[in-house]
Design a protein around this ligand. Structure first.
Ligand code: BJW
Ligand code: ZN
Length: 252
């Protein structure tokens, strides 16, 4: 149960047909056993992001960067979507205008049956050739050899967005548009520290949306959010759906 009960306005918005935008971060996959970045025991504890999540790090030592991503692929392949992923898919399944913008690369939203979604930071499950630019799906776990090579002989990189790189313009553009149109914006499991994704709820707020943060911790968004529901997404989201009469099992 959320420590603060959800507002009647939130439940009304969930029951209605108004456009909804959901922004997710690593915390939504925490209950699937996938590590977040910045929490205690997270991916950045003992690993400098500059050593694994920048184009410069990849240029310096592609094998090291690939070892990091290969381990992440193995962890994601073993994980299952949790109740939070399923609840978000169930909101979409009500048929209202809906977009999920995820910063996650693990593929769990897709596996929970999500359809209308954009990936702001790419995916673990595609690779891009640094020579010919070809992007292909690659689900091998583990990847052999490391670093993997393209048919053209070029070095493959993960199709993710590293620090200093530009987000996929179509994905970010759709998220920004949805932020301007949404009446309800749920911000789930993100520390709201990484730009420009962290700016999406600010756009939604400026456009008049009811912005709800779902997170066990406070973040830089918390003071500005319309309401904060404090706790794990896998408990809070199903409880919200129950109160709004949205069945969880409508998700594919
Ligand atoms: C739970 C929970 C449970 C736990 N239930 N919740 C403006 C100001 C300052 C800096 C910048 C700026 N604009 C751009 C920058 C630079 C940079 C940036 O933002 N740096 C900041 C860190 C300071 N941004 C960029 O470089 C971006 N590119 C860009 O801006 O391009 C334009 C440009 C280019 C060149 C020059 C100039 C401009 C790109 C950012 C790419 C981020 N990439 C990563 C790696 C992706 C691949 C991978 O997965 O490895 O994306 S970094 C990492 O952080 C990953 C995540 O998607 C992202 C966000 O993290 P997230 O999801 O919020 O996770 P955590 O761990 O931080 O938080 C988890 C949360 O869950 C916590 O709050 C918990 O409490 C909570 N939680 N259990 C619910 N059960
Ligand atoms: Zn190639």
């Amino acid at each position: 149960m959320p420590s603060t009960p959800p507002s009647p306005r939130l439940i009304d918005l969930l029951r209605g047909r108004d456009p909804v935008l959901v922004l997710t971060g690593a915390g939504v996959s925490r209950e699937s056993g996938i590590a977040t970045f910045r929490d205690a025991g997270g991916l950045w504890e003992g690993v400098d992001p500059a050593e694994v999540a920048t184009p410069e790090a990849f240029q310096r030592d592609p094998a090291r960067v690939w070892r990091f991503y290969d381990a992440r692929r193995a962890q994601a392949a073993d994980a299952e979507p949790n109740a939070a992923h399923r609840a978000i898919a169930a909101i979409e399944a009500t048929g209202r205008p809906f977009l999920l913008a995820t910063q996650n690369v693990d593929g769990l939203h897709e596996r929970a049956g999500q359809r209308g979604m954009v990936r702001l930071h790419g995916t673990l499950w595609k690779v891009r050739c640094t020579t010919c630019g070809l992007v292909t799906e690659d689900r091998r776990v583990p990847l052999v050899p490391l670093p993997p090579l393209c048919a053209c002989g070029g070095l493959l990189r993960p199709e993710v967005v590293w620090f200093g790189e530009v987000l996929p313009m179509d994905a970010f553009g759709r998220a920004e548009r949805a932020a301007r149109e949404a009446r309800l914006c749920l911000v789930v499991g993100t520390s709201s520290l990484v730009e420009p994704a962290a700016g999406i709820p600010r756009t939604a707020l400026e456009a008049g949306a009811h912005v709800v943060e779902i997170n066990p911790e406070r973040t830089p968004l918390s003071p500005f959010a319309s309401e904060c529901l404090t706790g794990p997404a896998g408990e809070i989201l199903p409880e919200l759906l129950l109160r709004a009469g949205i069945p969880m099992e409508t998700a594919a």
